[in-house]
Design a protein around this ligand. Structure first.
Ligand code: ZN
Length: 311
C-alpha cells in the first residue's frame, strides 16, 4: 500500500547493523544512523511499547527497502544491547552472569523505556549488587579509592526506576566528586552526557556539609574511650598512643575528609608503635559502630527519603 504520505528512505542514508539485519525480518528499526532489520512478532511479544508502535495506524510513516521504518530516539549502542538481549536471551539468563557496566546500565534504561520488565530487573540486580543497603556488605565491596563520574549515570537510573534504596550510597559517592565533574556530568561510551538533575545537585552540595559534620562527630566518638583494651599488655604505651590519636587524625585530614566511611584504623600508620593489636581491634570495633550509626542516618544526612532503608 502506498500513498503520498509514505516517505521512502534510500538505504544509503542508514547503515545496516552488522549482526542484527535478519534477511527474513519484516520491520526496520533505526537508532541514530544504524538500521536493525527485525521481526514485528518478536518485538511485539517482548515489549508492549513496540507492540503499540506497530499497531498504531500512522498516516505518515517511512519505508526502507519495502519495509516499514521505525525511528527511535535511543542511541545505536542502546538499541544493539536491547536487541541482543531479546534475540540472544539465553545468554542473558545464565546463572551468576556478570555484565559489563555499560551493558547492564543500558538494560535498565531500555528495559524501563520499552517495558521489558525482566531485562530491567536483570540490570537493576547488577546495580543493586554494587550499592547494597547493608553497611558491612557495602564496606566489603567498596575500595575507598575515590569514585568516578559514572556514579551520576547510576543516580539517574535509580531516579528513572524509582529505586530509592541505592540513592544513599550513590549520593555519598557523588559528594566526593569534584565540583567540576559534578557540573560537567559523565560522558557515556555512546557519547551521551549524564548530568544530575538540579534538585539532586543541591542535595549533594548540602550533603557534603552534613557528611563532614557527621564524620567529625563519628571520628571523635571513636577516641572518646576510657582507655585501652582489657586485653592490652602494655597499657602505658597504648594509653599515650590513644591520647595521641585525635592529633594524628587531625594531621591526616580524617576529620575533614569527605570519605566519611574510610576506615582510619586500617591506615598502616596506625601501627604497633602507636597502639598494640588488641587496642587497635577495640578501636576498630568502635570505628565500625560509629560508621554503622552514621550509615543508618545516611538518608537523613543526604536528604533523601527511602521508605525501605534497612541497613
Ligand atoms: Zn594496647
Amino acid at each position: 500500500m502506498e500513498d503520498s504520505k509514505v516517505q521512502h528512505i534510500a538505504s544509503r542514508d542508514l547503515i545496516h547493523h552488522k549482526d542484527f539485519w535478519y534477511e527474513d525480518g519484516n520491520v526496520i528499526v533505526a537508532a541514530g544512523n544504524v538500521a536493525f532489520r527485525l521481526h514485528v512478532s518478536v518485538l511485539s511479544r517482548e515489549s508492549p511499547v513496540f507492540r503499540n508502535i506497530f499497531l498504531a495506524e500512522d498516516s505518515v510513516h517511512e519505508i526502507m527497502e519495502n519495509y516499514r521504518l521505525v525511528r527511535v530516539s535511543d542511541t545505536a549502542q542502546d538499541m544493539e544491547y536491547l536487541v541482543s538481549a531479546i534475540y540472544h536471551a539465553r545468554r542473558f539468563r545464565e546463572p551468576n552472569l556478570r555484565l559489563p557496566t555499560d551493558l547492564f546500565a543500558s538494560l535498565i534504561r531500555m528495559g524501563h523505556k520499552y517495558e521489558i520488565l525482566d531485562l530491567r530487573a536483570l540490570g537493576l540486580q547488577h546495580l543493586k549488587a554494587l550499592y547494597p543497603m547493608n553497611f558491612a556488605e557495602w564496606q566489603r565491596i567498596t575500595d575507598h579509592l575515590g569514585v568516578s563520574g559514572i556514579v551520576m549515570m547510576f543516580v539517574n537510573l535509580a531516579l528513572l526506576t524509582g529505586t530509592s534504596s541505592i540513592l544513599p550510597p550513590l549520593l555519598y559517592e557523588c559528594c566526593q566528586l569534584s565540583d567540576d565533574i559534578l557540573l560537567t556530568g559523565y560522558t557515556r561510551p555512546d557519547g551521551i552526557v549524564e548530568q544530575l538533575p538540579q534538585h539532586v545537585l543541591q542535595r549533594c552540595l548540602a550533603g557534603r556539609g552534613n557528611l563532614a559534620s557527621a564524620n567529625n562527630n563519628a571520628r571523635l566518638w571513636v577516641f572518646e574511650t576510657n582507655g585501652c583494651s582489657p586485653l592490652c599488655e602494655r597499657k602505658n604505651v597504648c594509653s599515650a598512643g590513644i591520647q595521641g590519636l585525635p592529633q594524628f587524625a587531625m594531621k591526616g585530614g580524617w576529620f575533614t575528609t569527605d570519605m566519611a566511611f574510610a576506615p582510619m584504623m586500617e591506615d598502616p600508620s596506625v601501627n604497633d608503635d602507636m597502639v598494640c593489636k588488641k587496642c587497635r581491634s577495640m578501636l576498630a570495633r568502635r570505628e565500625v559502630d560509629s560508621m554503622q550509626t552514621m550509615w543508618r542516618r545516611l538518608p537523613d544526612i543526604l536528604g533523601v527519603s527511602v521508605a525501605d532503608w534497612q541497613p
